[in-house]
Design a protein around this ligand. Sequence first.
Ligand code: API
Length: 284
Amino acid sequence: MNTFSFTKMHGLGNSYIYVNMFEETIPEALFSELAMKVSNVNTGIGADGMILICPSDVAPVKMRIFNNDGSEGKNCGNGLRCVAKYVYEHGLVTERSFLIETLSGLVQAEVFVENGIVTSVTVDMGIPRLKRSEVPMMGEEAEQVVAEEVEFAGETYEITAVSMGNPHIIFYVDDITYAPVTSLGPIVEKDARFPEGVNVEFVEVINDQELHFRVWERGSGVTQACGTGACAAVVASVLNGKTARNKETIVHLAGGDLVIIWTDEGNVLMTGPAETICTGVYYY
Ligand SMILES: N[C@H](CCC[C@H](N)C(=O)O)C(=O)O
């Protein structure tokens, strides 16, 4: 019987099983299968996926994120805040600001500490990728995919597509309460026009600095929050003239709020909480 120690953490209810790969040894071939198993609420621990905190050649740590269907994501905003909290509190870093390597590049995290405990984290999520080919989305190359009419399941929708290192498509709705998250989300997630799949976000604009937000995540389905998705929603809202560039926007997700700013310099800053739920030993 094999085991590994884990820490369950969440960012606004978007929970993952975190494994410190500086201390644990798990065969790479099992990462995908174990992500599915630990995520199962009945036969596993229960979470939206698994995140590995790994050594890196270019930063203090590298984050690898696996959705609950076993697929590997290239970025995870809520995960980055929890990784930053974990590595600071476990002494893997000594500075309050440090780099984290992801599959979509390096990001800079800054932790805010009270009595030795990280209470919130700001992550510089970098520059959004806006070209159709960068999302990626099939079709004739375009500098941006903004307010484009696209048909899904026989209905025509206006969509905006943004990559934060992982793909996102944003739909605007009049009332977030009635957003077709579970009906339209799974259809769009697997649409052939998104060769790598896509995270599906629904946004209600409250004012030029406030959004309501719900998400159907690629590889995990409905989650309480999606950090990269919230960043993509702010970028899309600026591109659509609905919110202000270079001003803090409050994004109200099901699990709570994120404060996000798309700066004039081009990068997206995301600030929000990160919490530890429990630790334990998993048997496999
Ligand atoms: N489902 C995403 C990964 C998790 C992103 C989300 N949980 C976040 O906080 O950004 C993907 O496959 O691209």
